[in-house]
Design a binder for this molecule. Structure first.
Ligand code: ASP
Length: 312
């Protein structure tokens, strides 16, 4: 088995065989899911807690379905129902969950680093389901699976990640994964929304969609994350769409078989035009959601066979 970590906290630092292992296993779960079968004995008697300090429908549901298809007991805890609202600290929450002997802990938090902190305090295997502007590793894995199934490889592709890269944990995880696997990543957007560490990340920065998308194999659009913006970093939504929103005309400079991706939720008419988002010949946005369940099953499966106290 090539994945040797107890947790999945980030893509940064993973080696190609570890990523390859998770994707290969996920591939088998795509087939299982399509056949309508489940594998409920794998995690029977195990407890998975979905601990969400930040809203999410798609990611939480995806982990819930993944856990249930493998037979785990899945408990959803959201911030509005937990005692965090009553002032309990993250570490108190960790101690409480630990006392309940949870095996797998899926965490989403608006602070970067919160899952790492929890991982140091609980016995469970921790999976980062998105922390602040840091990482969202299962999203990058599901994106990679979608790309690999369509393009047959993850190396030597030109991937344009467009829009609000600065605030995007999805972009950060994808940049680490795709550069690790040998693809070229460009980020495209207004200067106010570009990452500051482009050189360290090994990516190219473009402020113009026509140049950034030229010859791209993959066009990955990001949501404009207004909730994470301290001040007005962008003009009106209309103006943003005019310069950086993906429509058929802007997509025309990418390769003729370029795939259009978006992690969701989409702001239609802001970063992406509905005609492109819903075009079955170009858009793989629905497929990304399907791959999400398979990838999360692979992650739960792998970590449940892990090394450490949660071994079972
Ligand atoms: N769903 C993704 C995330 O949680 C992307 C987004 O919210 O825009 O980061």
């Amino acid at each position: 088995m090539s994945y040797r970590q107890k947790h999945l906290l980030a893509i940064e630092g993973l080696y190609p065989p570890e990523i390859g292992h998770l994707l290969d296993l996920a591939e088998s779960y795509v087939l299982l899911n399509r056949s309508g079968k489940t594998q409920r004995d794998l995690l029977r008697g195990r407890t998975l807690i979905n601990l969400f300090f930040e809203d999410s429908t798609r990611t939480r549901t995806s982990f819930e379905i993944a856990g249930k298809r493998l037979g785990a007991d899945v408990i959803n805890m959201s911030v509005s129902t937990s005692s965090v609202n009553k002032g309990e600290t993250l570490l108190d929450t960790a101690a409480t969950l630990n006392a309940m002997h949870c095996d797998l802990l899926v965490v989403r938090h608006d602070q970067s680093g919160a899952p790492n902190l929890l991982a140091q305090k609980v016995d469970a295997a921790v999976i980062n389901a998105g922390d602040g502007t840091h990482e969202h590793p299962t999203q990058a894995l599901l994106d990679a699976l979608t790309i690999r199934r369509r393009k047959g490889r993850l190396e030597s592709l030109v991937v344009a990640i467009c829009g609000d890269v600065l605030h995007s944990r999805v972009a950060r995880s994808n940049i680490h994964l795709l550069t690790t696997m040998g693809s070229r990543v460009r980020v495209v957007g207004p200067p106010t929304l570009m990452p500051t560490e482009a050189e360290r990340l090994g990516i190219e920065v473009f402020h113009d969609m026509e140049r950034g998308l030229a010859g791209a194999d993959i066009v990955m659009m990001l949501r404009l994350q207004r909730e994470r913006m301290q001040r007005g970093l962008v003009p009106s939504a209309r103006e943003y769409f005019r310069f950086f929103g993906l429509d058929a005309a802007k997509l025309a400079v990418a390769k003729p078989d370029a795939l259009v991706m978006h992690p969701g939720p989409m702001n239609r008419g802001v970063e992406i035009d509905s005609a492109v988002a819903d075009d079955p010949h170009r858009s793989v946005i629905r497929e990304q959601v399907e791959m999400g369940v398979a990838v999360r099953m692979a992650v739960l499966d792998t970590l449940s066979r892990g090394h450490g106290r949660n071994e079972f």
